[in-house]
Ligand binder design. Structure first.
Ligand SMILES: [Zn+2]
Length: 235
């Protein structure tokens, strides 16, 4: 499990430059301990900075390339492999994404309860973490009243401040057995699997970052629905 999944609240870490390189002709580094999320699964990438001596080098984005997370720098910087640095996360940006992303898990749990043939098709976090669209397949005629009911069920879970946990399992079979009836993820995946659980409500494989307690999300507001989509906003 990556550091940003183990402790999504970690905002800075002492680390060492493992390599300097280029990603799409932009200067980039690999670090030994990384806390920046490279994006994926509908959650945008993180930004941050590297502190070297008294200087601050902005990190424009983290990006995953062939299994490794590179930190793309805003411009050229004098960094060398072996150098000790402090890596800082742009926390307000990340936290907004984390809250919104967690809200999508809660809402998907509500929609799944209504649609027995629910198949998740992803999420899109927008407006800097203030809005999110969940996408799914299943027999559902979009109806604002019903979508509003999904939101209200979600807000009940959020008001109950249910725990949100990520647990890694050796394989998907073990994960599904542990999650039980609330599991709504794919039935086939290879290798170790990280399952994100909203206590008693939702369980799904996910590699993103999430808040620890549903109350941190704050209430969802319905922002629209159409075939296979429900959109919400948060403050
Ligand atoms: Zn997630």
């Amino acid at each position: 499990m990556e550091l940003y999944q183990q402790d999504p609240y970690c905002q800075s870490v002492a680390t060492t430059i493992a390599a300097t390189t280029f990603v799409k002709k932009r200067p980039a580094v690999l670090v030994e301990r990384n806390i920046l999320y490279p994006g994926g699964g509908g959650q945008p990438f993180d930004r941050g900075s590297l502190l070297v001596g008294g200087a601050e080098v902005p990190v424009e984005r983290a990006v995953r390339v062939e299994g490794q997370v590179f930190l793309v720098l805003a411009g050229p910087a004098e960094l060398d492999a072996g150098q000790e640095v402090e890596l800082r996360l742009d926390w307000p940006r990340r936290y907004a994404h984390m809250r919104c992303h967690s809200g999508s898990h809660v809402l998907m749990g509500a929609v799944k309860r209504r649609l027995s043939d629910y198949v998740a098709k992803g999420i899109d976090i927008q407006d800097g973490g203030r809005a999110c669209t969940i996408r799914f397949e299943g027999a559902w005629q979009p109806a604002p009243q019903e979508a509003q009911a999904f939101i209200e069920q979600s807000n009940q879970v959020i008001a109950e401040n249910r725990a949100i946990e990520v647990v890694e399992f050796a394989d998907l079979g073990q994960a599904i057995a542990q999650a039980g009836e609330i599991y709504r993820g794919p039935r086939e995946m290879s290798g170790p699997v990280s399952i994100v659980t909203v206590a008693g409500w939702d369980a799904n494989p996910c590699g993103g970052t999430h808040v620890r307690a549903a109350g941190e999300i704050g209430p969802l507001r319905l922002a629209g629905c159409e075939t296979g989509k429900v959109r919400f906003e948060i403050d």
